[in-house]
Write a protein that binds this ligand. Structure first.
Ligand code: PMP
Length: 354
């Protein structure tokens, strides 16, 4: 079976007591205080199985986004939603299509189903609808588009998503992964939720790991056509969302103040960091609409991305080299707190001067 192991980020800050983690696009502000209290409040229920239907959270998500509850799929992170979709649709020899630098989780599940992964060229580090369509053939079952994408941070305007949807055969499921969608405030951006309300083959996914800062609890969801949601439900293991996860997610969803502060923080510091790093002569991939930046390094020995990652790690700043995404000359840096962003800028200035 053609299965490629997931390779986690390797950076270690050896000898540094308390490294700053800017390598996994987590929420640098932490999470909502109410979510933390809800999590702690679940302590009395640790002996119990969770509600297998995820009813409270299902109702909360349905109400907040005005979605039909029975069309929601809950997973251990959106990763599990992708996995379930792959399992539901892929036979050996089928394929999925994604961007060439696309997020690793889609492919892991596809390979486990003995399916193939077709990677569409991403000119200017951006998903290109025509390139995606070139990869689609009669064995394509799912097209995965992260919008905004990881690790590039770039995004596709809704008109292009609509064009892609129109051009795809109805038998192909279009998954719009909105893990970072809340961080994109450009008016031309649309997460596709309205398209998914009426289309027969569109699934929109979201996560509690990024905006809501609950990555540890592994809660994600998808909004799918009723038949797809029902098919996934037949292969989903019961009890996949823990009680602390369900309760904290409900509380997080209600804490709009925390969500607003999280978005504002990224809005404020992303352009600042991009400008500083650009000023050092580094190639910053723009526009980034997520809570991170992708930064290109020279190929000159002593200045490379791999060396930059190690240099930053030595200063207690963990960033993510993205060689395993097909980008060996780039690192991905999560937008940190002000002091982290200043520390990264200073350390990289020193690195490039040395
Ligand atoms: N989609 C993208 C594009 C991501 O970068 C991530 C997390 N790194 C996810 C989905 C999955 O997040 P989770 O499983 O935590 O919901």
């Amino acid at each position: 079976m053609d299965i490629h192991a997931y390779v986690p980020g390797k950076a270690k800050a050896e000898g540094v007591a308390d490294p700053v983690k800017l390598s996994a696009n987590e929420n640098i502000l932490g999470c909502s205080e109410q979510a933390r209290e809800a999590y702690a409040g679940a302590a009395g229920q640790l002996h119990m199985y969770p509600d297998s239907r995820t009813s409270l959270l299902r109702a909360a998500v349905a109400e907040r986004f005005r979605l039909e509850p029975e069309r929601l799929i809950f997973g251990q992170g959106s990763d599990e939603v992708f996995q379930l979709l792959n399992q539901a649709f892929l036979e050996p020899g089928d394929n999925i299509v994604q961007g060439e630098y696309g997020f690793a989780a889609y492919a892991i599940g596809a390979y486990a189903c003995q399916a193939q992964v077709r990677r569409a060229k991403e000119p200017n580090y951006t998903i290109d609808v025509d390139e995606i369509l070139k990869c689609v053939d009669e064995r394509t079952r799912i097209v995965f588009i992260a919008n905004p994408a990881n690790p590039t941070g770039t995004w596709v305007p809704f008109a292009e998503i609509e064009r892609l949807h129109r051009a795809l055969p109805a038998s192909v499921v279009l998954v719009l992964d909105g893990a970072y969608s809340e961080f994109c405030n450009d008016p031309a951006f649309d997460d596709g939720m309205d398209l998914a309300r009426t289309a027969q083959n569109v699934v929109v996914t979201r996560t509690f790991s990024k905006l809501h800062g609950l990555a540890a609890l592994r809660v994600g969801w998808g909004y799918a056509p009723a038949e797809i949601a029902a098919a996934v439900d037949r292969i989903r293991l019961p009890f996949n969302i823990s009680i602390p996860g369900q309760l904290a997610a409900v509380a997080a969803l209600a804490d709009e103040d925390f969500q607003r502060r999280s978005v504002e923080h990224v809005d404020r510091w992303r352009p600042w960091l991009a400008q500083q790093l650009g000023g050092l002569g580094l190639e910053v991939v723009l526009p980034s609409a997520a809570n991170f930046l992708l930064v290109g390094f020279p190929k000159t020995p002593g200045r490379t991305a791999v060396e930059a990652e190690a240099f930053l790690a030595g200063k207690g700043l963990l960033v993510r080299g993205v060689g395993n995404y097909g980008l060996p000359h780039h690192v991905r840096i999560t937008i940190g707190l002000e002091e982290h962003n200043r520390a990264v800028t200073e350390a990289l200035a020193e690195f490039l001067k040395a």
